[in-house]
Ligand binder design. Structure first.
Ligand SMILES: Cc1cc2nc3c(=O)[nH]c(=O)nc-3n(C[C@H](O)[C@H](O)[C@H](O)COP(=O)(O)OP(=O)(O)OC[C@H]3O[C@@H](n4cnc5c(N)ncnc54)[C@H](O)[C@@H]3O)c2cc1C
Length: 812
């Protein structure tokens, strides 16, 4: 018995010290005291005690920095240097772009929730709110999806005019230059609302307000460039685009071959030093109607006219399209969402040096500029557009599932359809949370690069899931194209956001964890810098300090992961009580497991981790799910913690934490070093996989919130264009849903009478007539039922066309 007590103590005390991240000296003193007590009062033979003291003295010697540096670190640092991944300048630029926020906390294995919870809730300025309530509402009212996507294949001139006049293209341009000067939150909310109405308009508005000339000028432009271009862009006199992608070069954007050579040439009648450019770009949004091209190209100076460098690398410049040699105007046709997008070519286009954004001193800085701006911008435009489309799909599907009846019941009552509806609602709640909280963090000064990539990937992927589910819920109604189809263009538009700004497969496999691992890890970046320090002795001192803190951190994560897995995270401290407390605790648990497995992957794979895309992708998934679950909890708090929304919070958190568990499992199944995988499994799943996905019952509770006119349903679509007006299907569906509640008691009487055999007709109009004739309903009630039936038929109806209206080029 006594032996067991000592065994437990010798296991529990070190694990406890590691769990609490106790420093090395204190840990040494505590373990020394324990060993001393054991030596005096404990049983066991002298040889065991001597052995334990030898082990302890080895451990205690680590407190001597000189000893450990010479005996341990000096030997290890050379191995470490060999393991370091090679890093190109462009990778280095990507790594340095943006900052670290909540992602860093999740990497720490012990997130400090106060950092997230003290972020204020989203708050628009009065001007921003007025813009949403005024011009944005008006724009949504004006947009006619069928006209744009089928009849004109463009927005009509009055919409273009309205967009320019109301400065939709100048949301990010400060007021001092004539723009609107909106926050990231306001830009996101404008895009979400417009996108819930029409993808062509939201894609068009997105471009000038994301990575492009205005954004680059604001951050890197010279004063003269800002004074010249920004007011023109703000007024809409200049229409910008940004051209990077070319026929041979898509994802691998740094491999562009479009080039500019520094040369003397004639510009506006004078000989100047300038750049002679040649390019061939494709897929460029707004290019067909642009007046100024933001162009990315490689700059060469073989004659050393501006310095002693031959090859400057990627450079960004502004090229007026009226410059001789510029070719624009032709259009691509992006998947039935006809926003302006097309190729552009340039042949020997000569521009002065000050066409370079930021002037000649910024030659070769183009890639750094792009990745720095993308680091934040990625979380705004595409995730917001995806959110708007998803909100519209969920709001419409909820109402449709209540209004559309089959087998005598609203289809939403069938559990199979309910499963899709619950998934849609849970996913859109996750997307909204991620978008609102992250853009609020940006509006409060954060520059979260890794969360931006998470949002870009997950919001666009979730919107794909939602679009698929919405199509299934609507059946044929969503397939027959025409003015009455409010779903198909939404569905068609999904791959656009998935593909641009880093296509999603690449974003998941290379960017989320690939950038996150080095930049967010509390030690790795600093260790790499120390190992590469040209002053080797100085580097060794710094490396030694970091290495031992890193080892302590890894041991702590192992202890935390193990203990929290054993206790199902019940005792980990979190700053909230009540129904959602457990989700905070599980995030703490998995954060420790994630930090542990990250270290194991980096240690065993080193630079090869970069090529192990599926390991990197799964690690990125775990980080993403923990990030998204944290956003859900914060969003719930920001909304005032409404109890009715708890099923959504539970669904979203359970779904994300369950997937976290499964991806951790997948990582261990595929971990290249099998011995390490076994140890990881002990530390992460000592009780096996215990976390469950959302239950069917929870799903059914969510369905009731979505297919009835509840406040939760409204909150799910808060930010979409749901105004009740004749051209807006979302508003009309909602009106019918409210009416469905009102007619329910009347319908019930007709239904009961039919079951009792009093009403014989099979079809609805016949039943209403018969019920009226037999006094089961009054004349007024019968009229209400008829009006409701007509409304439902109209909303669930589809279009048909004369062949001549459909076929554009009939055979001669
Ligand atoms: C509608 C639309 C608008 C656009 N607007 C602009 C614009 O305004 N300006 C501009 O410059 N560009 C624009 N683009 C281009 C866009 O950025 C590219 O399409 C994108 O970078 C992907 O390049 P790609 O289409 O050539 O695909 P590819 O590079 O050919 O990739 C094909 C697939 O392979 C995957 N992949 C590639 N490499 C890897 C890897 N190492 N690991 C894992 N997966 C990988 C990708 O994720 C993708 O799924 C636009 C594109 C579209 C479709």
């Amino acid at each position: 018995m006594e032996t067991i007590v000592w065994l437990v103590l010798f296991l529990a005390v070190p694990i406890g010290l590691a769990y609490r991240r106790t420093d090395l000296l204190t840990s040494t003193l505590v373990l020394g005291a324990l060993l001393l007590i054991y030596s005096v009062v404990g049983g066991g033979g002298a040889p065991l005690k001597v052995l334990l003291w030898i082990v302890f003295l080895g451990f205690a010697s680590l407190n001597s920095q000189i000893w450990r540096r010479e005996q341990v670190t000096r030997r290890f640092i050379d191995v470490y240097r060999r393991m370091l991944p090679s890093m190109s300048r462009t990778e280095q630029d990507a790594l340095e772009a943006g900052g670290i926020w909540w992602d860093g906390e999740l990497f720490s294995g012990m997130p400090d929730w106060r950092k997230l919870l003290r972020l204020p809730p989203p708050q628009l300025t009065p001007e921003e709110q007025a813009f949403l309530d005024g011009p944005v509402e008006e724009l949504c009212r004006m947009l006619d999806d069928w006209q744009i996507t089928h009849e004109l294949l463009d927005m009509p001139p009055e919409i273009w005019q309205f967009l320019k006049e109301q400065k939709f293209f100048a949301m990010i341009i400060p007021q001092s230059y004539g723009g609107l000067g909106f926050s990231a939150l306001a830009c996101s909310m404008v895009l979400t609302k417009v996108s819930s109405r029409n993808a062509t308009a939201s894609s068009t508005i997105g471009v000038p307000n994301s990575l492009g000339p205005a954004e680059l000028l604001l951050h890197y432009g010279t004063d003269e460039q800002k004074q010249y271009w920004l007011p023109r862009l703000a007024s809409g006199d200049e229409v910008p685009c940004f051209a990077l992608t070319s026929p041979r070069v898509g994802s691998d954007a740094t491999a562009i071959v479009d080039h500019g050579v520094v040369a003397k040439g004639i510009y506006e009648g004078r000989e100047v030093i300038g750049i002679r450019l040649n390019w061939d770009k494709r897929y460029i949004t707004l290019a067909p109607i642009a007046t100024v091209l933001g162009l990315a190209f490689k700059l060469y100076d073989p004659d050393h006219l501006i310095g002693d460098v031959d090859d400057y690398g990627i450079t960004a410049a502004l090229i007026p399209v009226k410059s001789p040699g510029v070719e624009i105007g032709r259009r691509h046709f992006p998947i039935n969402i006809p926003f302006q997008n097309g190729p552009t070519r340039g042949r020997d286009v000569f521009v002065p040096l000050d066409a370079i954004i930021g002037g000649a001193k910024m030659a070769g800085q183009g890639w750094r500029m792009l990745v720095q701006q993308l680091a934040v911008g990625r979380s705004i435009v595409l995730p917001s557009n995806a959110l708007g489309a998803a909100m519209a799909a969920v709001y419409a599907s909820g109402a449709y599932a209540r209004l559309r009846r089959q087998f005598g019941l609203p289809i939403g009552k069938f559990h199979g359809v309910g499963e899709a509806l619950a998934r849609m609602a849970g996913n859109v709640y996750t997307m909204t949370a991620a978008s609102r909280v992250t853009v609020t963090a940006i509006a409060n000064g954060e520059k979260p690069a890794v969360p931006s990539a998470i949002l870009k990937y997950h919001n666009t992927e979730l919107s794909r899931l939602i679009a698929n589910d919405a199509m299934d819920v609507h059946g044929g109604k969503a397939i027959m194209l025409g003015p009455k189809n409010y779903m198909a263009r939404n569905y068609e538009s999904v791959p656009i956001a998935i593909t641009v700004e880093g296509a999603n497969i690449l974003t998941r496999n290379l960017i989320i964890f690939g950038q996150g691992a080095i930049r967010c890890h509390p030690f790795v970046r600093a260790e790499m810098d120390a190992a590469k320090d040209p002053d080797r002795e100085q580097g060794l001192v710094a490396f030694d300090r970091l290495l031992f803190r890193h080892i302590g951190y890894a041991l702590s994560n192992a202890a935390r992961s193990f203990v929290q897995a054993l206790t199902l995270a019940r005792f980990t401290d979190v700053p909230v009580d009540g129904a959602i407390r457990r989700y905070y605790q599980h995030i703490n648990r998995y954060s420790a497991s994630f930090a542990l497995i990250t270290d194991a992957a980096m240690l065993t794979l080193g630079g090869a981790l970069k090529r192990r895309e599926l390991i990197s992708a799964r690690l990125g998934d775990v980080l993403s799910y923990l990030y998204l679950a944290s956003m859900v909890l914060k969003h719930y708090q920001d909304q005032g913690s409404p109890a009715e929304d708890l099923p959504l919070v539970e669904w979203a958190c359970r779904n994300l934490l369950y997937k976290t568990q499964e991806q951790l499992h997948g990582l261990m199944r595929n971990f290249p070093n099998r011995w390490v995988a076994v140890l990881l499994r002990i530390a992460i799943f000592p009780r096996g996989r215990t976390y469950s996905a959302p239950s069917d019952e929870l799903g059914q509770a969510i369905v009731e919130l979505l297919i009835n006119p509840t406040p939760t349903r409204e909150r799910l679509a808060a930010g979409a264009y749901t105004t009740a007006e004749p051209g807006n299907p979302l508003g009309l569906l909602q009106q019918a849903l409210v009416l469905a509640e009102e007619v329910k008691p009347i319908e019930r009487r007709v239904f009961d009478a039919r079951r009792a055999g009093e009403i014989k007709h099979d079809d609805t109009p016949g039943q209403i007539d018969e019920a009226e004739a037999k006094g089961i309903v009054t004349a007024e009630e019968a009229e209400t039922l008829r009006a409701f039936d007509r409304k439902v038929l109209e909303l669930t109806g589809v279009d048909d066309f004369a062949v001549s209206d459909l076929v554009r080029n009939p055979p001669a």
